[in-house]
Design a protein around this ligand. Structure first.
Ligand SMILES: Nc1ncnc2c1ncn2[C@@H]1O[C@H](COP(=O)(O)OP(=O)(O)OP(=O)(O)O)[C@@H](O)[C@H]1O
Ligand SMILES: [Mg+2]
Length: 302
């Protein structure tokens, strides 16, 4: 079932008589159960798109439907949606515990103090629960935002750069929490420029650049074209043959790549020159490679 239908939206900002087209015909669909990654460089249009999806910004053209309806302030469907903004801002006089309780209860009144305590423990905030937010670090406030958005177990969750300012342990805790939520039925829309984060958890990815979608694929398809050669590491005793593309060298180790058809020749070279081979493995293109290729192509066409 379709949860989000974003149909050809464009947004132009007007500031001081200048016009700037932040979104230019953005379309995509998110289905039930997806963890949909919305990936793009800074200023690409991720937050602007999310604001349109949430009905906080009206596109100049095009339309957005969430659960089959156009959202506007006060829509009943907001009861089933949670949102972590790019920069969560809460009243600074609230304590960590109070902020979670207050904002979580806006969604769902059945959230108990015991459940809040559980989440505080999971996110290692227990000892700070009575700290007022004004005395919390950036990461601690971000954790409050993350807990507030996931504790109500929404049907649809919007996360705008959720790992911003989080330490690696918390990033893992959050990833696990998102996956758990998703397996219990929550559809997730995730804005991010952290490629590894998106690759690890999203089943579908759309890439946005300069306000346009440049690709939308199942995550697995982004890595098509695997096995296009071998990555090799060795200690050379003789001149390095031309078919080896040297990526880097230290005083002893050559780190390079060879085409698939040169494997036999390479092995003979290693054996004949008595070079010490450290590793030889199939080269796998990563989402990072695919993304750089995509964005480079866009640059060439611009
Ligand atoms: N209110 C506004 N007025 C004018 N321009 C804006 C406004 N909001 C966003 N923009 C511009 O629209 C473009 C897209 O911004 P947006 O915040 O959507 O990017 P983003 O992909 O979320 O970037 P980041 O990764 O840095 O969060 C940027 O060039 C930004 O400067
Ligand atoms: Mg943003």
């Amino acid at each position: 079932m379709e949860v989000i239908n974003c149909n050809n939206i464009s947004v132009t900002f007007k500031n001081h008589f200048k016009r700037f087209k932040a979104l230019d015909g953005v379309s995509f669909k998110v289905n039930t159960g997806d963890i949909f990654g919305f990936l793009g460089p800074n200023g690409a249009g991720k937050t602007t798109t999310m604001n349109c999806l949430l009905g906080m910004l009206k596109p100049n053209s095009g339309a957005v439907e969430v659960f089959g309806k156009e959202l506007s302030v006060g829509s009943p469907v907001f009861k089933e949606i949670a949102y972590l903004p790019e920069v969560p801002i809460y009243p600074e006089y609230l304590t960590v515990f109070e902020a979670i309780k207050y904002f979580a209860k806006l969604y769902n009144t059945s959230i108990s103090d015991v459940l809040i305590e559980e989440y505080l423990k999971t996110f290692q905030l227990t000892k700070y629960k009575n700290f007022s937010l004004k005395n919390c670090s950036k990461g601690m406030k971000q954790k409050v935002g993350v807990i507030q958005s996931i504790i109500s177990k929404p049907r649809l969750l919007f996360l705008d750069e959720p790992t911003r300012g989080l330490d690696p342990i918390t990033v893992k805790v959050m990833r696990d929490a998102i996956l758990k939520l998703n397996s219990a039925g929550t559809t997730i829309f995730l804005n991010s420029h952290v490629i590894a984060e998106v690759e690890m958890i999203c089943n579908r990815i759309a890439v946005i650049d300069e306000g346009k979608i440049v690709s939308e694929e199942e995550t697995i398809n982004f890595r098509k074209g695997d096995h296009t050669g071998y990555s090799v590491k060795f200690e050379a005793n003789e001149k390095i043959p031309d078919y080896i593309s040297v990526m880097s060298t230290t005083s002893t180790i050559v780190d390079g790549e060879i085409p698939e058809e040169k494997l036999d020749k390479f092995m003979k070279y290693i054996s004949k020159s008595k070079a010490k081979l450290h590793s030889c493995s199939l080269k796998k293109s990563t989402l990072e490679d695919a993304l750089f290729d995509l964005l480079e192509k866009e640059e060439e066409h611009a």
